[in-house]
Design a protein around this ligand. Structure first.
Ligand SMILES: C[S@@+](CC[C@H](N)C(=O)[O-])C[C@H]1O[C@@H](n2cnc3c(N)ncnc32)[C@H](O)[C@@H]1O
Length: 276
């Protein structure tokens, strides 16, 4: 892959570990930096259950590809350290963005103890690939200006105060990861707080060739998800932002004709004294 010479490129260091966001699955949703680091990699340790190696390997055909699906944390860290000590460019390839449910801290702290340099290359999170697949905003003026990214307890417990019911009470846009196998429980808990006609959508394998979109409301979504045989690699978005009627009417102040700002004079009347 070549880029114009005048684009400043971030240096790629040998003997360092890169926590690279692979994006949601489609290789053309990698960032340029991620593609460049992969092209230099000597070793790529990837989460085989979420990152499609077949799609990514073309970017790093010479590298040793290590599937971490069956490995413990210690084994993963050992593999990263081994590569770095050999002077390789080492990639820990995480799905989406590594900062969201990416278990980065438990590896970066171990690397620090062993004196290994590391860096993060951000990626397109599946939350944004899912919103894109739906063609929807996650925020709409006067409907929702807050997005909550969460999950429900599986083997990892939820901290006190982050129960789904208390998050739902905010009436913000909810994005629920890692929980689709418990869809009936999600719906029961959400409908204890929100109306049954609250819009809900599930996106499975966003950006993959076999991507599936399911759209309904809290009264229908569980049956639709079961009918579509979605059990993993999916997230649920819940909230009034998905309401088609509100989409028709929600308008931002920023682009309103009567609203002026530093880059544009108002077309009519005076600018109202509110933030965009
Ligand atoms: C361990 S988390 C990693 C999330 C990732 N770091 C991100 O930013 O998207 C795995 C969960 O992310 C969601 N996920 C990952 N890839 C997805 C995709 N392509 N489509 C829909 N959901 C996805 C699912 O909820 C899955 O259970």
């Amino acid at each position: 892959m070549t880029f114009p010479n005048d684009i400043p490129m971030h240096p790629v260091r040998t003997g360092a570990v890169y926590f690279v966001g692979a994006g949601p699955g489609s290789p053309d949703l990698l960032t340029v930096r991620a593609a460049r680091v992969l092209a230099r990699a000597g070793r790529v340790v990837f989460a085989g259950s979420l990152v499609p190696k077949e799609a990514m390997v073309i970017l790093s055909p010479e590298a040793k590809w290590v599937d971490s699906a069956g490995m413990t944390r210690e084994e993963i860290v050992d593999s990263l350290v081994e590569g770095a000590n050999r002077g390789e460019v080492v990639v820990r390839l995480a799905s989406g963005d590594p900062a969201i449910f990416g278990a980065m801290a438990e590896m970066t702290t171990e690397l620090e103890k062993r004196g290994i340099a590391w860096e993060v290359v951000p990626g397109v999170s599946s939350v944004f690939a899912s919103a894109a697949a739906l063609g929807r905003d996650l925020t709409l003026p006067e409907v929702s200006q807050t997005v909550i990214l969460t999950r429900t307890a599986g083997r990892t417990p939820m901290p006190e105060g982050e129960e789904l019911e208390s998050l739902a009470r905010h009436k913000a846009t909810l994005v629920i990861f890692l929980s689709i196998d418990r869809i009936e429980e999600l719906v029961d808990r959400l409908t204890s707080v929100l109306p049954e006609n609250t819009p809900a959508a599930v996106v499975a394998r966003a950006s993959w060739p076999d991507e599936v979109l399911v759209q309904g409301d809290l009264s229908t979504i569980a049956l639709m998800v079961r009918a579509a045989k979605i059990y993993r690699q999916a997230l649920m978005i819940v909230g009034r932002v998905l309401d088609a009627r509100l989409r028709e009417t929600a308008r931002s102040r920023l682009y309103a004709a009567d609203f002026g700002h530093g880059f544009r004079d108002p077309k009519e009347g005076n600018p109202p004294p509110v933030d965009p």
